[in-house]
Design a protein around this ligand. Structure first.
Ligand code: ATP
Ligand code: MG
Length: 420
């Protein structure tokens, strides 16, 4: 049997890594600009961490988790998302005693047993951030502003739309749920099988169903936004006003439900129409009940996560070229004696900070020049017998196809200027 990767899991290859680094570095910088510290949490947690937070009647917990028994029989799960683990860590490390407000971001691989397609994988990367300890609507707006600034910074601001809604809280949501249930019971026969089941377990999920029939019935369902209590209305209004005050555009989409049960009040998605069915590139919201649910003190919180693969796909559509990692200087040599010199020279120039490549394979100068060209090197240094003696080498400018001679000092100076 030929060995291969697992369905839904993929490699990120060298030709794409420059773009990945570009996007990830921008995301980290955005988080740090807004005062978030990185947290690294395990990929594996007790299943309970996810089951208790994401919600038993969600797609993730019902059918998407990679769950298995550890050797001692305890049930473990590969993280399907980051928030649950971050909250577990926040509680376990009593972070609430350290500061009234804690801001954390994370990045890493998530695992969901979904049907793989473009922009949807079983193993995928997310970057996410959480603010603990603030109930203020400005915190929701600040988090959104950070994400918006990130998309702007990588040239995608025109490709994404911010959609916003509120899911209410413990005060107004239960009554809304009942209203929704009553409405859908009247249409039970028209709902898909999954939604008929959701009717009893989690009627909100029906609003998120992708089946045509269910979408049609959902259109006339009562809306959470029309049924918010006064506090939730006020909170939502302040979020919108805060966004208005800094000029961040948004669309109200009362149909946002989110695939996780822990959300309260503000929910949002950054969507694109350039990726087909997988249109959400980032999503998040407020989850004021989760810290307490996982054993901590009552702590309001708001957070988000974005899928890096989808952002990479979108970024490629919008800016197709220019993110390949390139060599700065390629060293070619002529003759065996020059080979030693090439080896030493590569070592010395690298210490000036430039990216240097050389091939010690004893190939002809012509084939070395071909490799130099392919490496995308800005310059090629050519060392032959003459150059060995004189200490002056030929420097070829690959962009301008011109050549001139340079001494060692000049070469090192050039290398340090190329340093990236
Ligand atoms: P979707 O509606 O597309 O299934 P979701 O609501 O399940 O998304 P979240 O759990 O909110 O997504 O995760 C946040 C982000 O992570 C999504 O907006 C998306 O960019 C990304 N994401 C989610 N699931 C996948 C997946 N299977 N493959 C790649 N990226 C994903
Ligand atoms: Mg999903």
């Amino acid at each position: 049997m030929k060995i291969r990767s697992i369905k839904g899991f993929h490699d990120i290859l060298p030709e794409d890594i420059g773009r990945w680094h570009h996007i990830e570095e921008h995301a980290k910088r955005s988080c740090e600009l807004y005062g978030y510290s990185e947290i690294r949490i395990p990929v594996l947690e007790f299943t309970e961490v996810f089951a208790r937070s994401i919600g038993a009647a969600t797609d993730i917990v019902e059918k998407e988790m990679y769950t298995f028994a550890d050797r001692d029989g305890s049930s473990l799960t590969l993280r399907p998302e980051g928030t649950a683990g971050v909250v577990r860590s926040y509680v376990e490390n009593s972070m609430y005693t350290k500061s009234p407000q804690i801001k954390l971001y994370y990045t890493g691989m998530m695992f969901r047993h979904e049907r793989p397609q473009k922009g949807r994988y079983r193993g995928f990367y997310q970057i996410g951030a959480e603010i603990f300890g603030s109930e203020a609507p400005e915190s929701d707006a600040e988090l959104i502003a950070m994400i918006s600034g990130f998309f702007d910074g990588i040239g995608l601001s025109k490709s994404v739309t911010l959609e916003l809604s509120s899911l209410g809280d413990g005060e107004c949501r239960p009554a809304y749920k009942t209203m929704l249930m009553d409405y859908f019971i009247g249409h039970k026969d028209e709902l898909c099988e999954d939604c008929q089941r959701r009717l009893d377990t989690n009627p909100l999920r029906i609003l998120d169903c992708k089946q045509k029939g269910c979408i049609e019935i959902s259109k006339n369902a009562p809306k959470m936004l029309d049924n918010l209590c006064d506090d939730c209305t006020q909170h939502f209004t302040r979020v919108k006003e805060s966004l208005d005050s800094i000029g961040i555009p948004y669309e109200i989409n009362p149909k946002i439900v989110r695939g996780l049960d822990y959300y309260t009040r503000t929910v949002f998605e950054f969507t694109t129409d350039q990726l087909g069915a997988q249109n959400a590139v980032a999503a998040g919201g407020r989850y004021d009940g989760l810290v307490k649910e996982l054993g901590g003190p009552e702590t309001p919180a708001v957070g988000f996560a974005m899928g890096i693969e989808r952002i990479v796909l979108l970024h490629k559509e919008v800016i197709p070229e220019g993110f390949e990692k390139k060599t700065d200087i390629y060293i070619a040599y002529l003759g065996e004696e020059a080979r030693d010199a090439a080896f030493k020279l590569a070592y010395e120039i690298r210490s000036s900070g430039a990216r240097v490549e050389a091939d010690y394979g004893g190939k002809s100068l012509k084939s070395q020049m071909k490799r130099a060209d392919k490496s995308g090197a800005r310059y090629t240094v050519i060392i032959g017998e003459e150059e060995l003696k004189s200490g002056i080498v030929k420097l070829r400018d690959m962009e301008e196809s011109s050549e001139h001679e340079v001494g060692m000092e000049e070469l090192k100076k050039l290398a340090s200027e190329l340093k990236s």
